[in-house]
Design a protein around this ligand. Structure first.
Ligand code: NAG
Ligand code: NAG
Ligand code: NAG
Length: 649
């Protein structure tokens, strides 16, 4: 996110990197402080020199007395000041910047700054402010920057900012606000930058920011936002940079974005979008950069996902562990697009049509993807390609086996045919999914091939559902997504997606389980599978478990095994299909043997069952509970490299 917002903000803080020398300021200086003439930039980035008194980090409990009368910048950061009285600063007629960050203010009334009409910049971040009353900053009529971030503000009165009609920049991020009140902004007609992220606000209401007609940059990062109402951004007619970084948006807020036609930089990184659908980004006439990175759930960029963005030059779609498909015609009318970053996704290819649809494309980043070097990507080293690869030496083939680890650009594609088999993206859905009765489910099946494949689904009853099928229980979308509506036990079973063209077909199956696992104990164990150790022997143990209802098969994999003392025993044993049965698992014979009082000590086992994201091993006196959540990558073969198991009790 920072990268995207940066270009705009940098212009504002250009002074930070200035190399103008600091010269001594010969005045009587308070003990411990440094009095110097330092470079200073106004909030509007014009350069000045400022007489500076630097009393940072001195364990001060009060403002030092008898400061030089000509002080323009007073730095009191990182002290223990709890009160400032008007008389302590009022005589500094030229004070323009006051830094009181990292002190101990808890009540803004203890920070009496009534008579500083020339002050431009006030830093109160990292204090313990909890509330702001009406007129908290009265008398600071010139103020242009106000930093209140990293406090504990949970309430701000509607007229708290009254009188700040020149304020350009307001930092309210990382507080405890639960709501955004548009009355605050009525007092702030000049505001250009608003940082309000890191507050636990659930929803932004219609017209929340309406009074901010001059706002250029809005950061709504880390706020728990699930939904952006259609008119939430209304009135932000000057907005250029918008960040929704790290929220809970499952959908692109299309309608809301239509309200900000001047937008240039948009950051949606780290949101749980599953797919970018047709027209999700359309007709944003000034958009230059778009970020869709770090999305755990993102599977697909569909046909016409980005349409008519005439000024878009850079698109970042990176670090999306499940993103395995970009439709050949995902992009349409992006005439200025120069840089397409697609590294570190799960893409098996980028279609030639995608590249050809971008007439101005200069460079593409495809490294860190499991690329299948077949005819779909043969454009990559065609002599006519004008597109530069970023990190070509790490843009490697993952398949077929004979080309593995060869840079894509060095493959002799010339000898290949023009046709290739469909490949269903392996990470588009897991082999098994559990849903509660009555829930709906979306299964995204996508495939690239040459020629373009037809996609259809086969239900457990053997019914074939082609694209655009719509029935009471099932619907298949043109891109290949199967929707199961209000699932009941009758719909449980194996669903198969088939992608077919004239060369052949690929299939991928998902077992849909309806209802929950029978062992529901604690909150964390609701989806747990309990493995009971029936017998222990030096080299094998006997386990039993109960399969959840409707399970087609339960595959367990020994993912890792290590002893309590830290010895590694890398026995990997696949357990056969389990159906309400007790099974014996043979361990590797080289296993270090340990016993306590003649009784074999069990290694610490980590189990993985497709039937549950967590597993328990019970073997008195040892109870292990392992819950890897969804963070740990599964390889497509169905084995899991597990983290070290955690041990509860
Ligand atoms: C404050 O600034 C003005 C204008 O630059 C200057 O004339 C005046 O001497 C300054 N006041 C003090 C106390 O230094
Ligand atoms: C692709 O790369 C290989 C190795 O660098 C080269 O021999 C071949 O001619 C290139 N071009 C095509 C169209 O295959
Ligand atoms: C279970 O394992 C067998 C054999 O490796 C495999 O064929 C089958 O697809 C697996 N089933 C699931 C649900 O993973």
């Amino acid at each position: 996110m920072r990268l995207l917002v940066a270009p705009l903000l940098l212009a504002w803080v250009a002074g930070a990197t200035a190399t103008v020398p600091v010269v001594p300021w010969h005045v009587p200086c308070p003990p411990g402080c440094a009095c110097q003439i330092r470079p200073w930039y106004t909030p509007r980035s014009s350069y000045r020199e400022a007489t500076t008194v630097d009393c940072n980090d001195l364990f001060l409990t009060a403002v030092p007395p008898a400061l030089p009368a000509g002080t323009q910048t007073l730095l009191l950061q990182s002290n223990s000041i709890v009160r400032v009285d008007q008389s302590e600063l009022g005589y500094l007629a030229n004070l323009t910047e006051l830094d009181l960050s990292q002190n101990s203010f808890s009540d803004p009334r203890d920070c009496d700054l009534r008579a500083l009409p020339q002050l431009l910049s006030l830093h109160l971040e990292e204090n313990q402010l909890t509330q702001l009353e009406d007129h908290s900053f009265a008398g600071l009529a010139s103020l242009q920057e106000l930093y209140l971030n990293h406090n504990q503000l949970y309430r701000i009165a509607p007229r708290a900012f009254a009188g700040l009609s020149n304020l350009l920049r307001l930092h309210l991020n990382s507080n405890l606000l639960r709501a955004v009140d548009n009355r605050w902004f009525e007092m702030l007609p000049s505001l250009e930058i608003l940082m309000i992220g890191g507050n636990k606000v659930d929803a932004i209401l219609d017209m929340n920011f309406r009074p901010l007609a001059n706002l250029r940059s809005l950061v709504l990062a880390g706020m728990n936002l699930r939904e952006i109402s259609d008119y939430a951004l209304e009135g932000l007619q000057s907005l250029e940079s918008l960040s929704f970084y790290d929220n809970r948006l499952a959908r692109v807020p299309r309608r809301a974005l239509e309200q900000v036609p001047g937008l240039k930089f948009l950051d949606l990184n780290k949101n749980p979008l599953q797919r970018v659908g047709p027209g999700d980004f359309a007709n944003m006439l000034h958009l230059k950069e778009l970020g869709l990175n770090n999305m755990e759930e993102l599977v697909s960029i569909d046909k016409f996902a980005l349409v008519n963005l005439p000024e878009l030059t850079k698109l970042d779609i990176t670090n999306n562990p499940r993103l395995s498909f970009i439709h050949p015609r995902a992009f349409r009318h992006l005439p200025q697009m120069e840089t397409l970053m697609l590294n570190n996704n799960a893409l098996s290819a980028l279609h030639q049509q995608t590249v050809e649809s971008l007439p101005n494309l200069q460079e593409v980043g495809l490294h860190g993807n499991p690329i299948r070097c077949d005819c779909v990507i043969r454009w990559a080293n065609a002599t006519s390609t004008r597109v530069r690869f970023i990190e070509p030496q790490s843009t490697l083939c993952a398949e077929p086996p004979d080309l593995q680890r060869l840079p894509v650009r060095e493959v002799a594609f010339r000898e290949m045919t023009d046709h290739c088999l469909p490949l269903i993206s392996p990470r588009s859905f897991p082999p098994r999914l559990q849903v509660a009765s009555g829930d709906s489910l979306l299964l995204h099946c996508r495939a690239l091939a040459e020629p373009e494949p037809e996609i259809y689904w086969v239900t457990p009853a053997g019914v074939r559902l082609t694209a655009a099928w719509a029935g009471r229980k099932y619907r298949v979308y043109p891109e290949g997504t199967l929707e199961l509506r209000r699932v009941t036990a009758q719909e449980a079973g194996l669903y198969t997606c088939v992608a077919q063209n004239l060369v052949g077909a690929d299939t991928k199956t998902v077992s849909v389980v309806v209802g929950r696992a029978p062992l529901q104990r604690g909150r964390d164990e609701a989806w747990g599978l309990e493995l009971r150790v029936q017998e222990t022997h030096p080299y094998h143990i006997l386990l039993s478990w109960v399969s959840p209802p409707n399970t087609v098969s339960t595959n367990l994999t020994w993912a890792s095994a290590s002893t309590l003392r830290g010895h590694r025993a890398t026995a990997l044993a696949r357990l056969p299909r389990g159906t309400h049965a007790a099974l014996a698992a043979q361990l590797g014979a080289g296993q270090p043997r340990q016993s306590v009082g003649g009784r074999p000590l069990l290694p610490v086992w980590a189990f993985w069952g497709w039937s549950a994201p967590s597993a328990r091993v019970v073997s008195a006196p040892l109870v292990l509970h392992w819950n890897p959540g969804r963070k740990w990558p599964r390889s497509s073969e169905g084995e899991t490299r597990s983290p070290p198991p955690s041990q509860n009790s």
